[in-house]
Structure formats: C-alpha cells, structure tokens
Write a protein that binds this ligand. Structure first.
Ligand code: NAD
Ligand code: DAU
Length: 352
C-alpha cells in the first residue's frame, strides 16, 4: 500500500509527508512540479528512506500520474498541489487556472482511469482526498456565523475562484463517476516551513531582517488560524474514516485580527531575540495599501469533523505560535535558502 501526495514540497505538503513518515509504515510517493513555492530541501531528511520517493512532475501530466498509480499500487491520493497565494492570483491569475482547475481535472481523470481497473477491496478502499480552503465561501460580516459545509460558495479572489472550481470538479467526479472523493476546507495554517510570502513567516522574516512589517489596510481583517500539524492530523483522520463524497471543514476556532497576530509575533521576538537597539519590533509595523477585494473575515465551524470523526486541534494559538517562532529562530538557514532572487523580485514588485 502506498499513498501519492501531490505538492509535497510546499508548506503543508512537506509537513504532511514528514508527519506521515513518522506516524505510519506506509510508503509515500511525492509528486511536485517544484514551482517557486516547492522546496525539496524541506524533505532532505527522508532521502535515504526506502519508503519515500520523489517525482518531479505536474499534476496536469496525467500520463506520469497514471504510470505512478499503477507502478506503486497507490491506495490513496492526497492533493495539496496548487498555486496558493492570493496576492499572486491578483497579479497573475492564469497559473491558478492551469494548476488548480486544469491540473485538478487531469489528476481526477488519471485517478478515475486507474480506479476503474481496480477490483474488490482495492477498489472499495481507494480514496481521492482534495485539500481545499475556507476561502471558497467568501467573506463574513462581524456577527455572521462561521462557515459550515452547507455555506454556499462565493469566492472573491482568482485564487479562491480557482479552488472553488476544483472543489466543484471533485464533487462532480463523485456524482457522475462514483469516484470515492473526500474534500477538506481548511482555514489559515501557520507553522514551520511556511514560505515567507504569507503573513506570519513574512513578519518573522522581516522583523529579524530589520525591515518594515507590512499590514494591509487597517489590519482588522480576521483569519481563523490553525497550526499546520493539526491540519495534517485532520487530513489523516479524514483519509482514515471520512465518508466518500463528504466535505469536512477544518479550523482552529481561533479568530484573530491581523494586527493582533503581528503584535503577538513582535512580543514573542522581543522576549526571545531582543533588537540590538533595545527598541520593540512593533516599531517596524507599517500600514500599506490594502489588497483588492480583501476578504474581511474567515471563521470555520469545525463541528462536523469533530462530531463525525472525533478530530480536534491539539495546539492553542499561543502554543502553536511559540513553537513556530522558535522554529524560525532556530532555522535561519531555511529562510536564507528560500529567499532567492525570485523571492526578492516578488517582494520588490508587490510592496513597491
Ligand atoms: P504552497 O504554495 O506552500 O505549496 C504548493 C506546492 O504545490 C509546492 O510544492 C509547489 O511546487 C506545488 N505545485 C504547484 N503547482 C503544481 C503542479 N501543477 N503540479 C504539482 N505540484 C505543483 O501551498 P500550501 O500553503 O502548502 O497549500 C497546500 C494546499 O492546501 C493548497 O491546495 C491550498 O489551497 C490548501 N490550503 C492552504 C492553506 C494555508 O493556509 N496555506 C489553508 C487551507 C488550504
Ligand atoms: O484561509 C485559507 C487561506 O489562507 C489559504 O487558502 C491560502 O492558500 C493561504 O495563503 C491563506 O490566505 P490568506 O490570504 O488569508 O493568507 P496571507 O498570509 O496571504 O494573508 C493573511 C492576512 O494577512 C490577510 O488578511 C492579508 C494580510 N496580509 C498579508 C500579507 C502577505 C498583510 O496584512 N500583509 C502582508 O504582507
């Protein structure tokens, strides 16, 4: 038995592969296109393992996926591969359609062809788990109830629209062809190995580098933060016990305004690594132009996965953030390795 993970060199995918390899005996094949967000060094520690293999290809390459599924007798696909950054989708939506929509379609086609050849227990046990986002539901007002699995899709960014499209395709493969699919819609993750274009690693990186800490608009937008290890445990649980055709919302029940998240990071750094000049890191905060179409609030109702599958997060925001800040302080070489010329070009253009 083997699982095929796609996008396993990205933030959540690499945390998932590392956790899986530690918690299970089952082999993992990791298929990743290695875009700017994919970093094989995240999984360097697994290179000697005979349970881990890496394949450099895109999910849109249905032929390669088909060969891998058959060669390894794959029993489940976990699809993390995506273009994932909202700001990049605003400046260049095309890649989001290619990977998140066309790529997911090709992956589904490859899975369907393979699954049709299976018989008996292998056919009954096969799963296609699609990792998606709460952004498909749009934005919430301050007093609205959190998103449930029944909330209608109302995506506001090209990224969210591309993920909503992929979710619809996944659903349609269940309804039309009977493919045993599962979908998870998760809130904002944070933790180790997070590419520093996203808020939390960007703020830690910039703070330590003595740079501005950019806050879009008034900084009062709300996100529902979940430690990445808890997202990984939710995906494992859904794979193990989720009902095919169902979707599961995953979240940390931890709504925070962006400005408060940034102030928390600053305070943690003040304590752990005081600035040489004795000033507080919060002095580096800079309010900048808002993101177009910026969703005001996300919040997840994770009642279904808790009730039906017994999943709950282990980390609080405080414990997860303490681990996260500590990890970046202990791994300065990781930041250095991912902030290449291409990263600097994005930062220069986006924050100009
Ligand atoms: P990421 O951008 O860090 O990583 C994406 C990975 O996918 C990279 O390794 C990249 O090389 C790979 N990839 C991109 N295009 C590919 C293609 N065509 N074929 C194969 N590989 C490709 O993303 P992430 O933050 O780890 O998110 C992973 C998944 O989880 C995404 O589907 C995202 O929508 C979803 N998600 C993310 C969050 C979050 O807070 N980061 C929350 C909920 C859901
Ligand atoms: O909700 C789940 C989603 O969370 C995932 O589907 C996405 O893949 C993931 O990128 C994330 O999307 P967000 O847009 O919420 O994350 P980001 O880290 O880009 O931004 C978090 C908040 O911080 C958001 O309100 C925008 C704001 N922000 C972000 C950056 C990069 C800033 O104020 N300044 C910044 O420089």
């Amino acid at each position: 038995m083997t699982i095929l993970v796609t996008g396993g060199c990205g933030f959540i995918g690499s945390n998932f592969v590392l956790d899986w390899m530690a918690a299970s005996d089952e082999p993992v094949v990791n298929l990743d296109k290695l875009t700017y967000a994919g970093n094989p060094a995240n999984l360097r520690g697994l290179e000697g393992s005979n349970r881990y293999s890496f394949v450099h290809a895109g999910i849109e390459d249905g032929e390669t996926v088909g060969v891998l599924l058959r060669e390894h007798g794959v029993r489940a696909i976990v699809n993390f591969a995506a273009e994932s950054h909202v700001d990049r989708s605003i400046s260049g939506p095309e890649a989001f359609i290619q990977t998140n929509v066309v790529g997911t379609l090709r992956l589904l086609e490859a899975a369907k062809g393979y699954w049709a050849e299976l018989g008996g227990a292998a056919r009954d046990g096969f799963r296609f788990l699609h990792v998606s986002t709460d952004e498909v539901y749009g934005t919430l007002g301050p007093d609205e109830a959190p998103f449930t699995e029944e909330t209608p899709f109302k995506p506001n960014s090209p990224y969210a629209a591309s993920k909503a499209s992929s979710d619809h395709l996944v659903r349609s493969y269940r309804e039309t062809y009977g493919l045993p699919v599962l979908t998870t819609n998760c809130s904002n993750n944070y933790g180790p190995l997070h590419f520093p274009e996203k808020l939390i690693p960007l703020i830690i990186h910039n703070a330590l580098a003595g740079k501005d800490l950019p806050i879009y608009g008034d900084g009062q937008q709300v996100r529902d933060w979940l430690y990445v290890g808890d997202h990984c445990s939710a995906i494992r649980r859904v794979l193990e016990a989720g009902t095919p055709g169902e979707t599961y919302n995953v979240g940390g029940n931890t709504e925070k305004q962006n400005i408060d998240v940034v102030r928390t990071i600053c305070a943690m750094l003040d304590a752990a690594r005081p600035r040489p000049d004795g000033n507080a890191y919060a002095a580096q905060i800079a309010f900048v132009k808002d993101r177009p179409g910026h969703d005001r609030r996300y919040a997840i109702d994770a009642g279904k996965i808790r009730r039906d599958l017994g999943w709950a997060p282990k980390e609080t925001f405080e414990s997860g953030m303490a681990k996260t800040v500590r990890w970046y302080l202990d791994n300065p070489a990781w930041f250095e390795s991912v902030t290449s010329g291409a990263y600097r070009d994005w930062v220069a253009k986006h924050y100009a």
